[in-house]
Design a protein. Structure first.
Length: 528
């Protein structure tokens, strides 16, 4: 990056304004820390606002449901790669975190004094609280943005690189401001809450901001990532023909309320595939839809919600998307296909947000805490963002209270990085590294990305994002090629069975001396 043209200072820089970022910023300000929040678009434009289903949480008022049941469901969905201790900590922290979110103004759907619940795939109970029917993320974002008024919020500012001192500790963040000028935010702590990398694929439920910037930044700073090969594809995205970019989501809660999947002949095809049929975990349903499409030569499957009462009132966001496409879900099935939705992996962080780089923290989708393992349980993402963000701020405050010598000298990563055209990267990843993968396809994708890659010094947002997507493509392909088994949302068609002997752990990825992502080690799974 070029020499900074301006500087500012804080105790903590937060990157991202979703559920994790704003929760952390608000908590930090309340703790007396000087906080600066950086986001590359408007405050409300991240992934959180697009979350439909809700927050999975056990509040103690649903007979028969327990925290232990929620933990068991999470572990079952995670394919044996969850960190059991992290799962227990985060889920048990959920009720208090949701209570604090409500105190900050979030309004969930309720009947009288009791919050309404729905059920989603992989859950053994109705435990998902929601807002606006199917607009939970939008309501959470609204409440947090309103609560954050008065914070130092830099919109239109792009995080480029972590700056470290000569001891290797984080000393700030290099950014591009809203006029494209390079700047330096000096701070002894940086919290990444920048979301995932759904834009690595041509079709995704994620907004255009989800380009993996945070994971790429952390890798360049020396952090380790893990579980990057586990990209969750949401089973039901509205299909209106071939398209590139963000696609409208059809929340899993529609199936939770009784809708069923059918092929073009009207046959239900999830019965017999999994005991929960249409409410099986997401990896199972997405893979089943993909197989059925291949078997029948169809471009999509169909979600039949015609038997549901009050569809338009219960799911106003889905209903509006369908009607815009000329579909009336009250009278006809909804055409659906899977699309890239959520990164189960990310920067390795503990439940307090600490990464392997002193002073660098991570929370939300950008982080790999071990909660999700090989496949995220529906509606656990907003929960994780809330709980880990709160814990991270407590850890940051404790770490900053420890006396240390003043930093001497700054280290900024080399300005030239590998960059490929994002269209080429997206096509290669979609064709060869989607729901079904094999060795030949992964090698082909690597060859395509490699052939399109050049060294360049990004000078604007597009360049920084393209560099991040290039690095993430290389990292995902390295991990996917190493995992020669099928587990969770990682499906290897040439290795269709799960291998609990040789591949029963998460794969760690870091950059080598040439700046290329390589699989460096296996991380022990937390499940016995």
């Amino acid at each position: 990056m070029s020499t900074p043209t301006w500087e500012a200072a804080a105790d903590l820089v937060v990157v991202g304004t979703g559920v994790a970022g704003l929760t952390a910023a608000l908590d930090a300000a309340e703790a007396g820390l000087r906080v600066v929040v950086v986001t590359k678009d408007a405050a409300e434009e991240g992934s959180t606002r697009w979350a439909q289903g809700g927050v999975a949480v056990v509040l103690g008022d649903i007979p028969g449901d327990t925290l232990d049941a929620h933990i068991a469901d999470t572990l079952a969905a995670g394919g044996g790669l969850n960190d059991e201790a992290a799962v227990a900590t985060i889920i048990r922290g959920g009720p208090a975190a949701v209570r604090r979110l409500r105190e900050r103004g979030a309004l969930f759907d309720a009947r009288g004094s009791r919050l309404e619940r729905t059920r989603e795939g992989g859950h053994s109970a109705f435990r998902v609280v929601h807002a606006g029917g199917d607009a939970t993320g939008a309501e959470i974002e609204r409440a947090l943005v309103a609560a954050a008024r008065g914070l130092a919020l830099l919109t239109g500012h792009l995080a480029v690189d972590a700056v470290r001192d000569t001891s290797g500790r984080v000393a700030g963040l290099a950014v591009l401001d809203d006029e494209g000028r390079p700047g330096l935010l000096r701070a002894p702590a940086v919290l990444l809450a920048s979301g995932g990398y759904g834009q690595l694929y041509a079709s995704t439920t994620n907004p255009g901001t989800s380009t993996g910037d945070g994971v790429a930044l952390a890798l360049r700073a020396g952090a380790t990532a893990a579980d990057l090969e586990f990209v969750q594809f949401h089973p039901t995205v509205l299909y209106t023909g071939p398209a590139v970019g963000r696609r409208p989501l059809v929340t899993e809660a529609v199936r939770g309320e009784g809708a069923v999947l059918r092929d073009r002949t009207g046959t239900r095809f999830m019965v017999g595939i999994h005991p929960l049929a249409d409410l099986a975990p997401r990896d199972v349903v997405a893979a089943a839809i993909t197989r059925r499409m291949a078997e029948t030569g169809a471009d999509c499957m169909f979600l039949d919600a015609t038997a549901l009462d009050g569809f338009a009132e219960r799911f106003p966001t889905v209903f509006a998307s369908c009607r815009e496409a000329g579909i009336d879900p009250r009278r006809e099935p909804i055409p659906v296909t899977p699309a890239a939705h959520y990164a189960c992996g990310g920067i390795v962080a503990d439940v307090d947000g600490r990464t392997s780089v002193p002073g660098l923290y991570a929370a939300g989708e950008v982080a790999r805490t071990g909660l999700h393992g090989a496949n995220r349980l529906a509606s656990n993402s907003l929960l994780e963002g809330l709980v880990v963000a709160e814990r991270a701020v407590r850890a940051i405050a404790a770490d900053l209270a420890v006396p240390r010598s003043a930093p001497s000298g700054l280290i900024v990563p080399a300005p030239a990085v590998a960059v490929a055209d994002r269209g080429i990267v997206q096509r290669a990843m979609s064709v060869f590294a989607g729901i079904g993968r094999d060795a030949a396809g992964l090698a082909a994708a690597s060859d395509v990305v490699e052939a399109a890659t050049r060294l360049a010094t990004p000078i604007d947002r597009a360049g920084v994002e393209d560099a991040a997507l290039t690095l993430l493509a290389q990292a995902v392909l390295a991990a996917a090629g190493t995992r020669r088994e099928t587990r969770g949302c990682h499906v290897r068609t040439d290795f269709p069975e799960r291998d609990d002997v040789w591949q029963r752990s998460s794969l760690a990825v870091a950059l080598d001396e040439c700046g290329r992502p390589v699989v460096t080690a296996d991380l022990l799974a937390g499940v016995a």
